[in-house]
Design a protein around this ligand. Structure first.
Ligand code: BAL
Ligand code: ZN
Length: 867
């Protein structure tokens, strides 16, 4: 397949103004009737009209009501081309036959778990009918659905329900009309046996919106939290961005077989059921938080993605980066802002930094959100809002680019953003180095910033980036010093806020090297740099360990307080990695133990923050900092530190567990979830001790837990302790929850991630477990994805882990190429490892590429990985 480049973007020759669809749902095949009202972009256009199509059987093709003659069109496996369309406007009628029952790719229209459902983003619509399947073709749609009434009593599509009724032969129909233009990737259809939880939302202008969350009847009780989240999101978008919902009906459908997390189809959001269904017994706090965030995310797309969409798929970050930013802000406002920021940055670090630039990735989503966040950091909340207002005013109903978003932010604020657009075009994570100098005589304090963007494939030389650096300076009393001015480029710049000194200022670092000087410094401050992680860079500085401990104890910016602890932990882990590789004995620095202890025992701190602050950086993060990634060593070192901390702080950890047990009733509120987070991390630390007393304690927690958050945490603690108890509890957990597939997925993942030696054999066995099914993406993500996350076994030096994945990818590709391609990306960093592992991984990638009938999805990732 030919690679596509942004520079090759061309406006379409033909627009589609209106599309009338009619689906005749059947048990063998489904017929799709499509009538498209076509208009040429330029009058007199005689260019061929090329439509995309995949796995379609063409039954009828008419232009202006007449059958198209054989000479005037051409069909192959990817396109239908009208070679000489009429000039001027015309209608195009197409009938295609498709087989949703056989569609295991879960793209286009598919039937699974008894119901019909669609997934069209990015290019699934071409599996339904021939169409210009690109986001800049925006049309108004009607959709008529006809099917058996007893099998499919519920028939849903986008927009408003215009008409419905019974037909002969036990069939019925529904006619839907969407008054808003949309690209075809936002089209949706659902048909099946579903019931709804109904509610209403009154918009701020007084309109009543019906809200319905659809699931199979037995799951309805688990939709209360999703409904709460939806109503909270609707209110939040009105309050923060002035954005109101624009139709009278909003549907959410939960389906068990879904490639992604969820999909923002206009007024008919379709969700992976794991991001809708929750009860205290079957979902953890992390699930509740994810549901809140993703329900918000999909709802927020109604404006950022649907009303204003992307011109082409190179602009994916326009809607995803912005919408992730919006969902992050929503979750922050609903819970703890600093803790949410810590969680988001941890995610960015563990996935984005090591990731290749592919399509639906952390690079597009989370790094995209960081870029949007920088606009807000630079402009402040009111300036950012002005930019958003202008963006909607200019582009409502359009398909636009990241540059259009940039222009709206700039123009609404008359802002000088210098080279900010490089964030969209220049790949790689900038490295920012900071050197400080205190001149006691002159009473000046200077910070010298130098930046470098590492070369990436196709971009050997990089320009300096525009990096907003949020900064505070702490005095020896641990308090923020008031800041009123700074020397920069020979000019004294005021940094006061409404004539009041400020405690955090945002320095605009735009050059390869530049210096900022603060005057009248009576003592050497300790700088808190990049507060709130104000730019997605990797920072090195000359801060001493003493400075970092000082920040850990005092920084008013909670993110940087956490970050100071993480920098100390990363330094410590890298030192111990080097010791381990040189066969030196491992010794844990006492100052570090004391630092962790003081955070653990500080009752003035938020418990959720403590839980984050005592969590060590992930193994992937440390491997990413090494010249040659060494999974065995990193795992051994991280386990050693955990165990040492647990041993030295055993009493404090036991007290923490004891003091934070649940009352009877589960509440998903900050106070309760913070308590559970702290208790669970304490228990996890204790589990690393592998002693009988702790096994008893964890068993007690497991047996007495009244919610899954605590029960599963106890299981995780026990999972670290190999032996009979572990095996019995895992079996007990399965017995208890075997009828709850979402809980069983956690059970698969826990076992898959285990570091017990040769766990690959256990995972192979689990592939044949009656509860496992290769056709269900969630199960694949849990078992196979979970295994790829296990440092020791996936990267086993005998190649058994890589071989397992290689074979699985080939098998899976025949069922679901999108899911297979996600799995193959576990190989994408193979060059980071030692020569033996490199050869083993390379051999698997080559084997995958040589497989017969390989999909484009897998080919793309595997070949790019090898390049
Ligand atoms: N657009 C795909 C799913 C999501 O990001 O909302
Ligand atoms: Zn999204």
């Amino acid at each position: 397949p030919k690679e596509i480049f942004l520079k090759d973007y061309k406006e379409p020759d033909y627009f589609f103004e209106k599309v009338d669809l009619n689906f005749q749902l059947g048990e063998e095949t489904t017929l799709v009737f499509s009538k498209i009202f076509v208009s040429p972009r330029v009058e007199g256009c005689s260019a061929p009209l090329v439509l995309d199509g995949a796995d379609l059987k063409l039954i009828v093709l008419k232009v202006n009501g007449e059958d198209v003659k054989g000479d005037d069109f051409h069909v192959d496996s990817r396109h239908l081309t009208l070679t000489s369309p009429p000039s001027g406007k015309f209608t195009l009628e197409i009938v295609t036959e498709i087989c949703p029952q056989k569609n295991t790719s879960l793209e286009g229209l598919y039937k699974s778990s008894g119901n019909f459902c669609t997934q069209c983003e990015a290019e699934g619509f071409r599996k339904i009918t021939f169409y210009q399947d690109r986001p800049d073709i925006m049309a108004k749609y009607t959709c008529r659905i006809e099917g058996d009434k007893s099998l499919y009593p519920v028939l849903l599509s986008n927009g408003n329900l215009i008409e419905q009724g019974d037909l002969e032969g036990g069939r019925h129909f529904a006619l839907w009309e969407d008054p808003f233009v949309k690209p075809c990737y936002l089209f949706a259809l659902v048909a099946g046996q579903l019931e709804s939880r109904d509610d209403t939302f009154i918009t701020r202008s007084g309109r009543k919106v019906s809200l319905r969350i659809w699931t199979p009847a037995q799951d309805l009780p688990k939709t209360a939290h999703a409904m709460y989240s939806l109503k909270a999101a609707m209110k939040w978008d009105e309050d923060v961005f002035g954005l109101e919902y624009d139709l009278d009906l909003f549907n959410v459908v939960a389906v068990p077989d879904f490639n992604m997390g969820a999909m923002e189809n206009k007024s008919l959001n379709i969700f992976n059921s794991k991001l809708v269904l929750a009860s205290p017994e079957t979902a953890t706090d992390a699930d509740y938080a994810a549901i809140l965030g993703v329900i918000g995310h999909e709802y927020f797309h109604n404006w950022t993605g649907n009303r204003v969409t992307c011109r082409d798929w190179f602009q994916l970050s326009l809607k995803e980066g912005l919408t992730v930013f919006r969902d992050q802000e929503f979750s922050s406002d609903m819970g703890s802002r600093p803790v949410k920021r810590i969680a988001d940055v941890s995610k960015l670090r563990s996935y984005q930094f090591p990731q290749m630039d592919n399509f639906y990735t952390v690079t597009v989503y989370e790094k995209g959100a960081e870029v949007v966040r920088m606009y807000k950091t630079l402009l402040g909340a009111p300036g950012f809002r002005k930019g958003m207002d202008l963006y909607f005013k200019r582009h409502d109903g359009q398909a636009v680019t990241c540059e259009d978003f940039f222009a709206a932010m700039r123009d609404a604020n008359g802002a000088d953003f210098s080279n900010f657009l490089l964030w969209y075009s220049q790949a790689g994570t900038p490295r920012l180095n900071v050197v400080s100098n205190y001149n006691a005589e002159a009473k000046t304090y200077s910070l010298k910033f130098s930046q470098e963007v590492p070369p990436t494939p196709g971009q050997p030389v990089k320009e300096p980036m525009f990096i907003p650096v949020a900064l505070g300076l702490l005095g020896s009393d641990g308090k923020d010093m008031p800041l009123s001015s700074v020397y920069h480029d020979g000019i004294l710049e005021s940094i006061s806020n409404n004539d009041q000194p400020t405690h955090t200022t945002v320095l605009r670092v735009t050059k390869k090297e530049e210096v900022f000087v603060f005057n009248d410094m009576l003592e050497r401050p300790v700088p808190s740099i990049l507060r709130g992680y104000s730019a997605p860079v990797r920072m090195d500085s000359d801060l001493t360990d003493a400075d970092l401990y000082f920040l850990l104890a005092n920084d008013s910016d909670e993110f940087n307080r956490w970050e100071a602890g993480q920098v100390l932990a990363r330094k410590l882990m890298l030192t111990l990695v080097s010791d381990y590789q040189q066969n030196k004995p491992l010794v844990l620095n006492q100052q570090f133990v004391n630092g962790i202890k003081s955070v653990l025992c500080d009752s003035s701190l938020d418990k959720e923050f403590i839980a984050k602050a005592i969590t060590l950086p992930g193994e992937g993060e440390i491997m990413d900092m090494m010249e040659v990634a060494d999974p065995d060593t990193v795992h051994a070192v991280r386990s050693f530190i955990r165990k040492q901390l647990a041993s030295e702080l055993k009493n404090e950890l036991l007290i923490t567990v004891g003091n934070n047990r649940s009352s009877e009733k589960y509440e998903f509120d900050h106070q309760n979830l913070s308590r559970r987070a702290l208790k669970n991390i304490a228990l996890a630390y204790l589990g690393s001790l592998e002693d009988a007393e702790i096994t008893e304690l964890a068993l007690h927690e497991y047996r007495t837990a009244t919610n899954l958050t605590e029960q599963f945490a106890a299981l995780v603690a026990l999972d670290q302790i190999p032996g009979k108890v572990r095996d019995e509890v895992l079996a007990d957990f399965y017995d208890k929850w075997q009828h709850e597939y979402l809980v069983i997925n956690k059970w698969f993942a826990l076992q898959a991630m285990s570091n017990v030696p040769r766990n690959v054999e256990n995972v192979r066995k689990l592939l044949n477990h009656p509860a496992f099914d290769l056709r269900n993406p969630n199960k694949v993500y849990s078992l196979i994805g979970g295994f790829c996350g296990s440092l020791v076994n996936f990267h086993a030096k005998d190649g058994s882990g890589y071989k397992f994945l290689g074979e699985l990818v080939v098998q899976l590709d025949k069922i679901n190429p999108q899911v297979a391609s996600r799995m193959v990306s576990a190989f994408s960093r193979w060059k980071r490892y030692d020569e033996t592992r490199q050869n083993l991984a390379k051999a698997q990638l080559e084997m995958i590429l040589s497989a017969n009938g390989l999909s484009e999805n897998v080919f793309e990732i595997a070949s790019k990985s090898l390049a």
